[in-house]
Design a protein around this ligand. Structure first.
Ligand code: GLA
Length: 392
């Protein structure tokens, strides 16, 4: 197999070569190879399942899968990252603990849609850090959906694959996630962020000018067990708010349709009020932030990221002490235009827009402070915005 030698995949080349070798040694033939990236989100957090807007991008860290058909009805999986194998048959696909569930969840969606997946072999690897809030699970789901679609020739369009990948997460991983992660992985475009309207699914690419700044992710290295259960709780609190508002405003379908005045008028529960207020404000912030991008005003954009963090921490309450510490540590640094926690919350990374020449010293300083205060090692990733899911 000839591997794309394009510099944009240089980090993945070694991994892909090993993936192919491993596939050949396990299954004895040549695979097809697919890549699906992790994602960042500039602004618009916890808005996707409220029919709002998000502004994600795919990154240069990805999941790679090597895949080939089998002659029987078995599924043979191997994860290089976990050095672990899993085998089942097409008739017994069901949720399991750990990494295979993201692959199996997608197979299940194909089956539920009446698409006759046949037996296949797969080897997976990747460099999306797991549990860091960069959507490694969505990357596995999208890589699987894209690969199955290709090898079995189903000709399903990308948006439908995104929806199937999202449903796999709901039904096999038990997280009632919105559509953002799978969408960003599948639809990413180099050097662009994507504004997605999560109601109509219309989207627009915005160039992100990165002449002076880079995107730096600071990884708390914590993943609280609350992450998936509290995520589903937030979702139902938003629905509770909507139900209260609908009693007076029946045309309201989702928080997308709600103003702060309507919220004040209808929602009496303090916690539900705060959750809804955050979402309403975040949608407004995102729209204004897109104007900032059009006006090349990254400073103003960055200020909105800090405001988002404040809302996520105090109103939506999905932050944690480590994330708050990292945002606090960079807030008064003039080289940092904006910073906030990113993704579902309760751990993972903060996303920071940092002036290029200050990145090294910033990482050094914050690492020392973080270790002193939180007694944990900090990890940092400088990420580039890359294309979405593809065949290699
Ligand atoms: C997780 C979910 C997404 C989104 C974010 C929060 O990443 O998978 O759908 O809701 O949290 O913005």
């Amino acid at each position: 197999m000839k591997l794309a030698a394009s510099p944009k995949y240089k980090n993945g080349i070694k991994m892909m070569t090993q993936l192919v070798e491993k596939f050949k040694s396990l299954y004895g033939n040549e695979p097809l190879l697919f890549r699906s990236p992790g994602r960042i989100n500039l602004i618009g957090e916890h808005t996707d399942y409220n029919d709002g807007f998000v502004l994600p991008a795919a990154i240069d860290k990805a999941v790679y899968v090597a895949i080939g058909m089998r002659q029987d009805d078995e599924i043979h999986l191997y994860s290089a990252e976990f050095n672990d194998r899993y085998t089942t048959s097409l008739q017994s696909v069901q949720p399991v603990q750990g990494w295979p569930t993201y692959v199996l969840g997608v197979v299940d969606q194909f089956q539920k849609n009446g698409l006759s997946v046949k037996g296949f072999n797969m080897v997976l690897d990747g460099d999306v850090p797991i549990g860091a809030g960069l959507s490694s699970s969505a990357a596995v789901e999208c890589a699987t959906a894209f690969a199955l679609n290709e090898i079995f020739g189903f000709a399903i369009e990308r948006m439908s694959l995104v929806k199937m990948a999202q449903k796999a997460e709901h039904e096999f991983a038990g997280v009632k996630c919105g559509i953002m992660d799978q969408f960003a992985s599948m639809f990413g475009k180099k050097e662009h962020v994507i504004r997605l309207d999560c109601r109509s699914l219309e989207y627009e690419y915005f160039p992100l000018e990165m002449d002076e700044v880079k995107i730096v992710l600071l990884d708390t290295q914590v993943k609280h067990s609350l992450a998936s259960s509290e995520y589903n709780v937030r979702r139902s609190q938003c629905e509770e708010g909507v139900a209260a508002i609908q009693q007076r405003y029946p045309s309201v379908k989702n928080l997308r349709d709600v103003t702060v005045d309507m919220l004040k008028e209808c929602v009496t529960d303090g916690i539900v009020y705060n959750r809804c207020l955050y979402v309403i404000e975040e949608n407004l912030r995102l729209k204004a932030a897109c104007q900032d991008l059009l006006q090349h005003n990254l400073k103003s954009f960055g200020e909105k990221m800090f405001a988002t963090h404040e809302g996520l921490s105090t109103l939506y309450e999905v932050s944690c002490k480590e994330l708050d510490f990292l945002v606090g540590a960079v807030k008064s640094n003039s080289a940092v235009l904006g910073a906030r926690m990113m993704g579902g919350g309760f751990g993972g990374c903060t996303i920071n827009l940092v002036k290029k020449d200050a990145i090294d010293s910033l990482i050094e300083d914050v690492s020392v402070q973080y270790e002193q205060a939180m007694h944990k090692k900090l990890k940092a990733y400088i990420v580039q915005i890359e294309n979405g899911t593809s065949k290699m």
